[in-house]
Design a protein around this ligand. Structure first.
Ligand SMILES: [Fe+2]
Ligand SMILES: [Fe+2]
Ligand SMILES: [Fe+2]
Length: 410
């Protein structure tokens, strides 16, 4: 099994950029929540390790939100179904060994303090969850004051009053008191602006060291994000998992080195991460996309690249993932690369992506059986879009490929 040298803070931070994209216009939500939570925790003199956990949980707190429609509801101050994404997010983190200690924080990040204080869970978890809840509500309130002609400082007192109103009932009293203290300065509010917030979070990233991590641990972190992307639509559930599994299988058939097989699996899991920015209506549209919708959809592989390239150690993964819509005859996007500029790994992912998508139903067609998938792949190899040698390999192992794409075997 390969080992990877990764700065875990950096990997989580960069991948969480994708989560922030679900906000479409309300980007950097996770980062602003992390900043405000950390400022409260510092003022309370929490130990570094506790602040670190809080920060990490805050960055990931909305990992249960994949769709732009749920995100749009969550920016209301109150919404009757707001706890659903807490459960989903907690389950995702629970399945990730290196982050499972944060799952209860996510589970309770929309629970009123009046209930939470009676729960039989550790005090520090309650406080972290409630702190995220409080500053999360601050951030959604900020939204009304940062768009158009308005100014964030015009909202400052109104937002502070809103939070103070919920003291004891929604929020722990000491947390509200400390928030009133740290949010008293104008600088606190001005810090919520884009450039500053990215700088603040980068400082947090820089104070973690690169560490050696097992492939399986890294894969489980990456799966948080592939799960979120796949959950965006019922039609794409397990798409990234299937692409990853089939890509690895094909890489093994081509006898690629084990490290490349590990990396191609990660690239398969992450290839569509840029899709989080695409509004639900476009992904779910049963009819042909308009020109503008098609252009919005098409930018996802470029967004995938922008997110992944920030992670040191992900250089190859980001390139292979970004190239999944490139075609060997240079008719693909976003760089119109041709065969000579496309690695075998990128060409494999491109074939696996088409294969897996055809094996699933889509709003505009039903799922296709292996023989029909093969004939479409052969057609695309014939016209020069897909790599002939890779499609030939699919033909040789057609049943196995279908099983891998549909996660029917291990
Ligand atoms: Fe949130
Ligand atoms: Fe894609
Ligand atoms: Fe895809």
């Amino acid at each position: 099994m390969s080992k990877f040298n990764i700065n875990l803070h950096e990997a989580i931070y960069s991948l969480s950029d994708a989560l922030d994209l679900v906000g479409v216009d309300h980007i950097h939500h996770g980062k602003r929540v992390a900043f405000m939570a950390a400022e409260c925790a510092k003022a309370l003199n929490w130990p570094d390790q506790q602040i670190d956990d809080l920060f990490q949980a805050a960055i990931l707190h909305d990992c249960g939100v994949s769709t732009t429609s749920v995100h749009a509801k969550l920016v209301q101050f109150e919404w009757e179904r707001e706890k659903e994404h807490c459960k989903l997010g907690a389950n995702i983190l629970q399945a990730t060994p290196v982050l499972s200690h944060l799952s209860d924080i996510i589970l309770y990040h929309h629970t009123h303090w009046s209930d939470l204080k009676t729960f039989d869970i550790p005090e520090d978890i309650k406080l972290k969850a409630n702190c995220i809840y409080m500053v999360d509500r601050v951030d959604v309130s900020v939204l009304g004051f940062v768009s158009g002609e308005s100014n964030i400082l015009l909202g400052k007192e109104e937002i502070r009053e809103k939070i103070a109103d919920k003291k004891n009932d929604w929020f722990n009293p000491e947390l509200v008191d400390i928030f009133m203290q740290v949010s008293n300065s104008d600088a606190f509010w001005l810090s919520l602006e884009g450039e500053h917030i990215s700088g603040y979070v980068s400082t947090w990233v820089a104070h973690d060291l690169t560490q050696e991590i097992d492939f399986n641990d890294l894969k489980s972190i990456v799966q948080i994000f592939s799960y979120i992307v796949d959950a965006k639509s019922i039609y794409t559930s397990e798409h990234s998992e299937g692409v990853a599994c089939l890509s690895r299988y094909l890489a093994e058939r081509f006898n690629l080195p084990e490290e490349n097989c590990d990396l191609i699996e990660l690239a398969g899991l992450l290839h569509d991460i840029g899709k989080l920015r695409v509004p639900d209506e476009i992904i779910e549209k049963p009819s042909k996309l308009t020109d503008i919708e098609y252009q919005t959809m098409k930018r996802h592989s470029f967004d995938t690249y922008n997110i992944l390239k920030q992670v040191k150690g992900f250089e190859q993964i980001s390139q292979w993932a970004a190239d999944h819509h490139e075609r060997v005859d240079a008719t693909g996007y976003p760089n119109h690369k041709g065969k000579k500029d496309l690695s075998i790994e990128a060409r494999i992912i491109a074939v696996a992506d088409v294969f897996q998508a055809l094996a699933q139903s889509r709003p505009y067609r039903k799922d296709l059986p292996p023989a029909e998938i093969l004939s479409i792949l052969k057609e695309q190899a014939h016209t020069g879009h897909l790599d002939k040698g890779i499609v030939k390999m699919v033909e040789t192992y057609l049943v196995e490929c279908w099983e891998k794409a549909m996660l029917q075997t291990n």
